[in-house]
Design a protein around this ligand. Structure first.
Ligand SMILES: C[S@@+](CC[C@H](N)C(=O)[O-])C[C@H]1O[C@@H](n2cnc3c(N)ncnc32)[C@H](O)[C@@H]1O
Length: 397
């Protein structure tokens, strides 16, 4: 991927002032990287996800699977239908989409269900939990013809949901703590300001014992790595809090998480010395976390082991972890490719375009390599025996 011209820095000055102020008001004149990332992405007025328009899409900074093609939402919808069947088609089945972006995935799912599974469509309650007010407004406009309810976690009662909570590229957008190993010590990277008013990184003791607990949870001892001096990585504590919240709301059903990331041994590989933090601006990836502040997206890969282990602690069971390519193939993407070859009704241009789109969803170098984790709660032994279609192909090792 080409690098953007990093020299043209268009940081949001108001946001930079707020971050500097937050640093100068803190007792040690520093904030954690997680606090910095939270301000950069979610400051209610100037954060990346608060500024209109949020640049997801072809004209924007990055594309998610649903922006590639409606097939993504339609195949997910097939999975939800099977979940409903497993539960013997109850009348109180809820789909909760967390972090719904521009509402495109919801539109694909609801549109497909309405056309193909009217009984399910008429039964489900569709909830969206969305942090960004700007995106919430966009979702409301896009989905105005559907029965969708937007809510916050505190509006959902404890143990009240039968159904499926799901997200695509939500967890990678959570603010993360940045970690560095120096002099055989696990330290945290903080953001501070220098005398020229530039943001600088400084290291210090970890801000919370939860960071050490995190590594115990995922079974990784960074200090045992060979040649570990200077090794940098991230810890997503918000992901653990999120799992706890989701688990507490679920009575009966599934949690489906799609995101880019790995299991802990791969995530915290000794050779991945600079961690996984990345920035996206106009479809270019860069590593400068202090460039174009508030105007570019920042993400970190997801440690799926952490979600699995925390899930167990909060009462979830792990049903399976696979790659997006296998998940979508098992749900019918392969059939869609075959139909394309056999269908004489398409022009050659249409066939080529659709084939490219379908392949991009399963590209092993891209979206196809995303992780798909399914966890469950409250399933009977009979329900557990029914393998989810999306998990029916063995994962690649
Ligand atoms: C990278 S975008 C992905 C959007 C969409 N799922 C898609 O696939 O196009 C991340 C989304 O998560 C939302 N988000 C981030 N943190 C959130 C949180 N704690 N609760 C709810 N939504 C959140 C963002 O506002 C945005 O809508």
């Amino acid at each position: 991927m080409n690098q953007p011209q990093l020299t043209i820095n268009n940081s949001n000055e108001n946001l930079c002032k707020i971050i500097h102020q937050s640093i100068s008001e803190s007792p040690k004149k520093r904030i954690t990287f997680a606090e910095y990332m939270d301000l950069v992405l979610y400051h209610p007025q100037y954060g990346y996800y608060a500024s209109y328009p949020v640049n997801i899409g072809k004209q924007g900074d990055f594309l998610t699977s649903s922006h590639w093609s409606a097939d993504f939402g339609e195949l997910l919808a097939e999975q939800f239908v099977q979940m409903w069947d497993i539960f013997q088609r109850p009348h109180n089945f809820t789909l909760v989409e967390m972090g719904a972006g521009k509402g495109i995935l919801a539109e694909q799912i609801l549109g497909y269900l309405k056309q193909n599974y009217l009984d399910f469509f008429q039964t489900i309650e569709y909830l969206i939990i969305e942090k960004s007010e700007v995106l919430k407004e966009e979702q409301k406009q896009r989905l105005h013809s559907y029965k969708v309810r937007w809510c916050d976690w505190d509006e959902i009662s404890h143990s009240s949901i039968t159904g499926c909570l799901f997200s695509n590229e939500l967890v990678d957008a959570f603010p993360v703590h940045k970690i560095i190993i120096e002099n055989q010590e696990l330290l945290e990277v903080y953001v501070s300001s220098d005398s020229d008013g530039k943001f600088i990184e400084i290291s210090g003791e970890t801000s919370t014992p939860r960071i050490a607990e995190y590594f115990n949870l995922v079974g990784i001892d960074l200090l045992a790595f060979p040649d570990v001096e200077g090794y940098q990585t991230e810890v997503n504590l918000q992901a653990l809090d999120w799992i706890n919240t989701v688990a507490s709301k679920l009575q009966n059903g599934y949690l489906l998480t799609i995101d880019y990331g790995y299991q802990a041994p791969r995530y915290y590989n000794p050779t991945r010395r600079q961690g996984t933090l990345q920035c996206y601006y106009q479809h270019h990836r860069n590593n400068d976390l202090y460039w174009n502040i508030g105007r570019q997206d920042i993400t970190a890969h997801v440690d799926f082991t952490a979600l699995e282990k925390q899930g167990i602690l909060s009462g979830l069971e792990n049903l399976g972890f696979t790659q997006q390519a296998l998940f979508l193939m098992a749900l019918g993407l392969g059939d869609r490719l075959n139909e394309l070859s056999n269908n004489q009704g398409f022009s050659i241009q249409e066939v080529l375009r659709r084939r490219e789109v379908l392949h991009s969803l399963i590209d092993p170098m891209g979206l196809g390599n995303f992780g798909v984790l399914v966890q469950s709660k409250g399933l009977s032994e009979e329900e557990k025996k029914q393998v989810l279609k999306g998990l029916s192909m063995p994962p690649m090792v």
